[in-house]
Ligand binder design. Sequence first.
Ligand code: PMV
Length: 334
Amino acid sequence: MMPAMLGTTVTARACANIALVKYWGKRDAALNVPAAGSLSFTLDGLRTETSVRFGPELSVDTMTLDGREAGSKEIARTSEWLDLVRARAGISTRAAVHSTNHFPTASGLASSASGFAALAVAASNAAGLTLSLRELSILARQGSGSAARSIFADFVRMHAGHSADGSDAFAEPIASPLASRVRMVICVVGGGAPKLYSSRDAMDHTEATSPLYRAWVDCVPADLRTAEQALRDGDLATLGTVTEANTLAMHASAMAARPAVIYWQPTTLALLHRVRELRHDGLAAWATMDAGPHVKVLTDDATAETLAATLRTVPGVSNVIISGAGPAASVVTP
Ligand code: PMV
């Protein structure tokens, strides 16, 4: 698609993603380069729509989130990120950003991945840039590490890279026969209350103080190899096993930080046990948790409804959402 003329509003859409092999810790904080790779599943139905217009009449960047003016911290973070786009396009024009999350009510899910992926597509187009998918992924990463993965559909692999400038820290899709039949059953715990520590602060704190941080980073490459092979083989059981083991390793490193980062609530642990029991009974179900109390369960299309009905009865679960594979980020054509 042709890039837009400056002054034109461009709207883009991107979906959230859930990591099966987690990103937790940075190799370079300034460039937001991860310490290790990660692997994720893009979620259909959990999407952000963002429109951007660079307006010569604007004296500052402005931003609305779900129809309301964004807070000063969010505007500052976005503005700093927009400077990367402006530098690349050779412009100094300020922008008006409108971002809306079309997430199921009270999903309690982080939207920074879909948010920065949609912003990268909309802002680069609105600035007149034509970027490759790899360049878009790198740009999204500079806003939020997990956003680099939301540029792509289905299963996605993020590379940590080795370069000093972060140019080889990008995501790319991985083809798998599992894409059409995998489902995530998302169990929302505690009504989606705001979290105590952001993933950004908590991973920095884990890196700085946890005696288990190195062990965590060191276990990721083998988990990635196992997950990638499972995706190629269409082996859901192996993918699920490494998914659950990897999230527990990530949380163990965070819990060992000083002071500890504990995202789990009693309901989180109850769900984790329930998933293990159901698996023991023969159901395809493997749990993963991120920087919050919610439990996301990897399963298949044949099991998702039964699993959701069972997990909905666990006390403290406020909502259960089933999601299949989502599409790549794209410009929304008017
Ligand atoms: O992209 P961030 O800075 O919100 O970090 C994401 C961290 C986790 O969700 C816990 C793991 C991941 O890989 O998405």
